[in-house]
Design a protein around this ligand. Structure first.
Ligand code: GLA
Length: 705
């Protein structure tokens, strides 16, 4: 193909103009133009300055050194030292309703790359590259990346960092010369390097600025980077990291990158999140349960840990049902020999000492109380102190001859060993076929060191086999919902969400910390997939104490649950759980289908979020006071996203018990309610109440006919 053709992909508020000739290049990604495309040639073709190559060097969908691209290439590989500098040429383009599939070949190097680029009506791009070895002999791949260009005005980044019990922390940095790169080599999505970042114009914020959000859908090692090229152009790449020698393509074999998801918003971070949330709802989340209200959980972990007594667990279930809980989950500790975290992983047989009458009486009891029953598994893991390891020491994911460090006293099972894979499937299948289990919490509690299969690196294959295992379980047990947990939020990404229904966002149930964790997670995920539990008043991971109001309101804005032993709680606490369960149920549909807004505040000591119904008929707003107010008065609450011309009844529906005792008086609207137009709420706002640190207040807005 020599003549250049312009293609346009349009979303709702986004247009991609792609020029395809010998190579494919994105000329524009952003605000829609929708006119005569040929203008793009005149308007967007670049000059060729002196002092560099005599040709214009494009940032193609697969940048190549052989074409004069001196930045990070899309493909690095070789065939016994040859075919390492390919120059791919477009041979065919499929332009379908949703996007482009561009076939490129280098017949000299014996390689084919198919670039897929789609844009949906929620303005989310998804792209991936598939490399095929069409030459003779095996081809070794070191890298294969997705590449997207960004406009020169992008000069700031929002990136993620974190750790166990401290997930989804964000930080801002400027993007000048050079660039930014994050690498994750922990073998799972990780708490430390969530595979995403946001790039935008200077000072972009929640409501303004041009922002571009990126998420790599992959639950293993990854690299994400944004380069400022020496000539000023910005280029983003997202890819899986392949360990040395890991990817060898035999003749005819192919390799696909993970999907890279990206979106542009011309109105800051909230709009970016709206794009991602709607895309997740429409195209990522498994659709089977889309219309089922998300049941409120009681998870036993922080209530009883490994101390399982069936009669007591049944009492816990009874009390849970009385509080309005809809799904009761037995966490870790139920299988043979699992009395602590040092032994038994792999032995997926019921512990008959703890459960002499089997699991059935409990499952029946839970079901009779009208609740679903759920069970915890950690299929990919093994303790050396287990029957499984004693029988199959060769099933470890390791490089033989080395003594790799343990994580939580455990090792990883090599899922590329067919017998190990089959064993795990059979054990899961046994429980799911024998008992009426509606939900499994699928955990993964350690990082992966030296992922070896038969001596060779196998980190990538391990992740693919994990997906395969989950897919097989889902295929044969389509009525079972799955939560992705990895010591809290260590495996949260779009690829795992295609086959699961909920994430355990963090092992940290401290409401104050959860405010930050859930906010960080909210940029890419809607509230309904965010597992969020009311923990005990004395938080197990931070030793802080919080009121039931603050804990309840914080857990409210996710997929809510309770994580404690209800039998031991006071009557007052139990009434509190009941109240927040009830409150959650009353606004659950709104929370799980509406548009989420992170609301800018006049004072950084508080954090405000809202969910507005898609039809703008109602909204809820949560004001969380994170620290002491900076000033005596905290400014105004301005609520975006309402219908400007509609009139709303504004009512406080939940507040701290001492709300009126801490001031002479609070703003009248918080006591008596008031009626305001959406425009007033957005532009003028309401005076902020006075709140103590680590308390919260919930406001409801309902349109008046
Ligand atoms: C992980 C999970 C917890 C709990 C424990 C059980 O830490 O994140 O929620 O399930 O494992 O061992």
């Amino acid at each position: 193909m020599t003549d250049k053709v312009l293609y346009s992909l349009t979303g709702n508020k986004t247009q991609l103009i792609v020029e395809v000739g010998e190579y494919a290049e994105i000329l524009h990604w952003g605000q829609p133009f929708n006119g005569d495309l040929s203008i793009a040639r005149h308007a967007l073709h670049r000059p060729v300055p002196y002092g560099r190559l005599d040709i214009d060097v494009p940032v193609t969908l697969t940048p190549e050194l052989g074409r004069g691209s001196f930045g990070s290439p899309a493909l690095e590989g070789h065939r016994a030292g040859q075919d390492w500098a390919p120059v791919m040429k477009v041979v065919k383009v499929d332009h379908g309703a949703l996007g482009l599939k561009i076939y490129c070949e280098d017949t000299l190097a014996g390689l084919e790359i198919i670039s897929e680029l789609y844009l949906d009506q929620h303005d989310v791009i998804k792209t991936r590259q598939t490399l095929r070895n069409i030459g003779q002999g095996a081809y070794q791949v070191a890298r294969l990346a997705n590449t997207l260009p960004l406009p020169g005005r992008v000069s700031e980044l929002m990136t993620y960092h974190g750790r166990w019990v401290y997930e989804f922390q964000t930080s801002r940095q400027s993007l000048t010369q050079g660039g930014y790169q994050q690498e994750n080599r922990r073998g799972r999505t990780s708490h430390e390097h969530y595979p995403a970042f946001v790039a935008g114009t200077a000072n972009f914020d929640e409501l303004s600025g041009d922002v571009f959000g990126f998420h790599l859908a992959w639950s293993g090692n990854h690299r994400m980077r944004i380069d400022v090229k020496a000539d000023g152009r910005r280029v983003m790449q997202g890819e899986a990291i392949y360990l040395p020698g890991e990817i060898e393509l035999s003749e005819g074999a192919s390799l696909s990158t993970p999907w890279l998801y990206a979106t542009h918003s011309g109105q800051g971070l909230n709009e970016m999140s709206h794009h991602f949330h709607e895309h997740v709802r429409a195209s990522i989340l498994p659709s089977e349960f889309a219309n089922k209200p998300r049941p409120i959980h009681l998870n036993t972990w922080e209530g009883i840990y490994f101390d399982h007594d069936p009669d007591y667990i049944m009492q816990m279930a009874t009390q849970s049902a009385q509080m309005g809980v809809e799904r009761f989950i037995i966490d870790d500790g139920w299988f043979k020999g699992r009395d602590g975290d040092k032994a038994a992983l792999g032995d997926w047989f019921l512990d008959e000492k703890k459960y002499p009458n089997g699991l059935e009486p409990i499952v029946n009891h839970v079901n009779d109380l009208g609740m679903e029953f759920g069970l915890w598994f950690e299929p990919e893991m093994i303790n050396k102190d287990s029957d499984l390891y004693r029988t199959h020491p060769d099933w470890l994911l390791e490089v033989k001859g080395y003594d790799q460090p343990t994580g939580r006293n455990q090792y990883v099972i090599d899922l590329s060993q067919p017998q190990a894979f089959e064993f795990l499937y059979q054990r899961l299948d046994h429980f799911l076929s024998t008992y009426n289990i509606g939900y499994i919490k699928w955990d993964m509690n350690r990082e992966v060191v030296q992922p070896g299969h038969e001596g060779r690196a196998s980190g990538h294959a391990q992740v693919e086999r994990y997906y395969e295992l989950v897919d097989r379980v889902r295929l044969n047990h389509p009525n079972v919902e799955i939560e992705s947990c990895s010591a809290g939020g260590g495996r949260i990404d779009y690829e795992v969400l295609k086959r699961t229904h909920r994430f355990w966002a963090s092992d940290n149930n401290d409401a104050l910390e959860r405010q930050t964790i859930q906010r960080g997670m909210s940029y890419f995920f809607p509230p309904e997939v965010m597992g969020s539990h009311i923990g005990a008043s004395h938080c197990h991971s931070t030793r802080r104490r919080h009121s039931i109001e603050f804990r309840g309101l914080t857990a409210l804005f996710g997929h809510m649950g309770i994580e404690l032993d209800p039998v031991r709680e006071s009557e007052e606490e139990k009434q509190g759980f009941e109240h927040y369960v009830e409150l959650h149920k009353s606004i659950r549909t709104l929370l799980h289908s509406g548009k989420s807004w992170r609301i800018p505040t006049d004072d950084t000591a508080h954090q405000i979020q809202a969910v507005v119904a898609q039809d703008q008929s109602q909204a809820v707003v949560l004001i969380a006071q994170l620290a002491m107010p900076t000033n005596a008065l905290s400014g105004h609450l301005r609520i975006p996203g309402l219908d400007p011309d509609a009139l709303y009844q504004v009512t406080v529906i939940d507040q701290p018990t001492n709300y009126h005792d801490i001031v002479n008086y609070q703003p009248p609207w918080t006591t008596d309610g008031c009626q305001l137009t959406g425009r007033w709420c957005q532009d003028i706002g309401l005076t902020m109440p006075v709140l103590d640190a680590e308390t919260a207040l919930l406001v409801k807005l309902e349109q008046i006919d």
